[in-house]
Design a protein around this ligand. Structure first.
Ligand code: AMP
Ligand code: ZN
Length: 679
């Protein structure tokens, strides 16, 4: 079927709305549209594109994830080579660099520098032809890189279309793709569970992610991107004179640009910036390993040019790596809540990256063999992300005499059952589902901050409750009474009361937290949130087929399979009604703004109506808005949230567009109404 003008316009309008919303969310960090409304609009666009495939364009927000995995990546030549950066580790080396370029350039008075944080990720070269993203290439060796356009498109902070009136023929943008630390840690925890090697740093994890052939998997990982270099084609009439202006311009075009950039007048200021950020960077949600210093004036950069390997006009000032050495006092194994056995080194406590560390993971049996780690050894450890320290290497030269190689235990130290290492897997497991270690891990996870947040349900108390046979499953927590607990060792009335209160309080936690708390493999906080948004109750979720699960944006095949299989296990199916009876929430509550759960979807939103609506009378539309919790106002102001727009709109439309107010059609409104009734 051919689309008429009206449909074409609608498609364009939807794309614009979605682009604006994505930009506000991913680049500005300042969302203006509820996720649920975004999903609605996205689906409308998807439906229209399915019906009229001719209307699909490569910059449509629906094209961020490819239909099918690539079979391999093709190596291609960069338009402009990507150079590496020279490193400096201290002020002296920085000064040397500064003297060097000044010697080459006599006219160097009043030159300033731009300092940017050096993000620990992978650089990408993005090509925009007439403002549309046409190519994304990894750095590779700087001359040739791999073409990974489909993967690059999954990164939501990379615009598919530049925000430019008259885009030049060619723009090339460089920047750093990276994994936020949280995602990085989650990924490593997953890998630990599987007994796989941890990614040593976010850079490796990013590189691994970008090289996934299946762009769906890449989308799952939620990479982010900061742009830092701009190349305009010769014919462009845009004039940019400084690196600083490039960064501003990149931001205007729709890129995320790191906000912590700074112009420094001299090397002393540069050094100050470097020192300041040594501490501050520890609270950033992404990993930085230094500061990149660039000469600000682009004409000066061009005059100085490049050496064989580096630009002469930039240098990377690096922070020292966070690695320290200590001595191993014991080697044990930890049994996780999935039964995975992780060998651990217990060490003399040391400070790493601001915290005291005493235990470090050895990943799995193979890694233990490879390291040949022994009690008494001096080891180098590193905190890979924020959570898991790992042993990097053993300093064999320092090994004392008479040490013995470590043997993994044959039986579970917790329940005595034989440990099993399935063929082709790296991980060893305890398969006894009533192993106290598995119960312990599940309970600790259930009570953890991001799950049910039960204060007092830490490791110590969990062990106490299990040892005294008071809990055999999560559901038993809800049968505990103060009287039963206060008799336990080191408990007392007050702590017992507090624990019971905290447990009772947890009944008010959201369905998303409950779902996360159940500890289904791969269902982290974010995935739990996505699942609850798309499957408004556990009854719906438990019936979902793998294909239903997988069709949700952000849910990949591994997660889908894991969820599906979880609902096949009888113990799990028994647990849910028990928890329901205890009063825990297994569906979305009315008070959260959520399309699939909330009849008050427009709560607190102010609407102005203008023009003639296709089917509804004004009064009817007003009633619907009110029914959904919204308010009506007669004139447009900054306080207006939405303009409900019909045919022949008048001055209100102009004013609303001037103020950047979101527009909604009758169709949008009816869809929202419909979904509120589907609860
Ligand atoms: P290195 O790989 O340690 O030689 O450092 C060079 C790399 O730093 C580049 O290839 C980029 O991937 C990365 N980098 C991170 N942040 C920036 C930035 N703001 N400017 C330039 N390069 C950066
Ligand atoms: Zn066991």
């Amino acid at each position: 079927m051919k689309a008429n003008t009206e449909i074409t316009q609608k498609v364009t309008q939807l794309r614009e709305q979605l682009q604006k919303a994505s930009y506000a969310y991913y680049v500005l960090d300042n969302p203006f549209m509820e996720d649920s409304i975004y999903d609605q609009l996205y689906r409308q666009l998807q439906d229209l594109e399915t019906e009229f495939p001719d209307l699909i364009t490569s910059d449509s927000p629906t094209q961020r994830v490819g239909d099918r995995p690539a079979s391999k990546f093709i190596s291609i030549k960069h338009n402009i080579p990507l150079y590496s950066l020279e490193n400096a580790f201290n002020l002296e080396e920085l000064n040397k660099w500064d003297d060097r370029w000044k010697r080459l350039q006599t006219n160097h008075n009043n030159q300033n520098y731009v300092c940017e944080l050096k993000i620990d990720g992978c650089s990408l070269a993005l090509t925009y032809e007439k403002g549309i993203l046409t190519r994304g290439v990894t750095r590779g060796d700087g001359i040739m890189g791999e073409e990974i356009t489909q993967n690059v498109k999954t990164i939501r902070s990379i615009p598919l279309k530049l925000n430019l009136e008259n885009p030049p023929d060619l723009i090339e943008v460089r920047g750093e793709a990276f994994l936020p630390l949280k995602t990085f840690d989650e990924l490593n925890i997953e890998r630990q569970e599987k007994g796989e090697y941890l990614f040593a740093n976010p850079r490796n994890a990013t590189a691994g992610t970008l090289r996934q052939l299946d762009s769906k998997k890449v989308a799952d990982r939620r990479l982010d991107f900061f742009a830092y270099t701009l190349h305009l084609s010769g014919d462009s009439d845009i004039k940019i004179n400084t690196q600083w202006d490039s960064l501003e311009f990149l931001h205007q075009m729709g890129f995320r640009v790191n906000p912590h950039r700074q112009v420094c007048q001299d090397i002393t200021e540069v050094d100050q910036y470097f020192q300041d950020w040594d501490n501050k960077r520890k609270s950033l949600p992404y990993m930085t390993d230094g500061v990149v210093v660039k000469l600000n004036l682009i004409s000066l950069q061009e005059e100085l040019g490049f050496t064989q390997k580096f630009p002469r006009w930039a240098i990377a000032l690096k922070y020292p790596a966070e690695e320290v050495s200590t001595i191993v006092t014991e080697i044990t194994v930890n049994i996780g809540r999935t039964g995975a056995v992780t060998p651990m080194a217990i060490m003399q406590p040391v400070e790493v990256a601001g915290t005291t560390v005493q235990r470090a993971t050895l990943h799995n049996e193979d890694r233990v063999k490879e390291l040949d780690i022994r009690v008494g050894d001096t080891v180098v450890i590193r905190k890979a992300g924020e959570i898991i320290p790992e042993v990097l290497r053993v300093l064999k030269e320092l090994r004392p005499p008479n040490t013995i190689p470590y043997q993994m235990p044959k039986n579970c130290p917790e329940c005595g059952s034989k440990l099993v290492r399935p063929k082709d897997e790296a991980v060893t497991r305890c398969l006894n589902s009533s192993c106290p270690a598995i119960l312990r891990g599940s309970l600790i996870h259930w009570g953890s901050r991001d799950a049910l947040d039960i204060r007092g349900l830490g490791e110590k108390n969990v062990i106490l409750l299990i040892e005294n046979n008071l809990v055999k499953s999560i559901a038993d927590l809800y049968n505990l009474t103060s009287e039963k607990i206060e008799k336990l060792d080191r408990m007392g009335k007050k702590s017992a009361d507090n624990l019971v209160t905290a447990i009772n309080h947890s009944k008010q936690q959201s369905y998303a937290r409950v779902l996360y708390g159940l500890g289904i493999r791969y269902v982290g906080k974010v995935n739990a949130e996505i699942l609850t948004q798309n499957f408004p109750s556990i009854d719906v979720l438990s019936q979902a087929k793998i294909t239903d699960l997988e069709s949700v944006y952000g849910i990949g095949i591994e997660i889908a399979q894991s969820v599906f299989e979880w609902f096949k296990i009888p113990e799990n199916l028994d647990l849910i009604p028990q928890l329901k009876n205890a009063g825990l929430s297994f569906k979305n509550q009315v008070s959260t703004v959520n399309i699939s759960s909330n009849s008050q979807l427009l709560e607190g939103k102010t609407f102005v109506l203008t023009g003639t609506l296709p089917t509804l009378k004004r009064k009817e539309a007003e009633d619907i808005i009110k029914k959904l919790g919204g308010k009506i106002s007669s004139s447009v102001s900054k306080k207006t949230d939405y303009l409900l727009l019909g045919e022949d709109a008048g001055s209100k439309l102009e004013k609303a567009r001037g103020l950047g107010i979101k527009e909604m059609s009758e169709e949008d409104l009816l869809k929202i109404l419909q979904s509120s009734e589907n609860i």
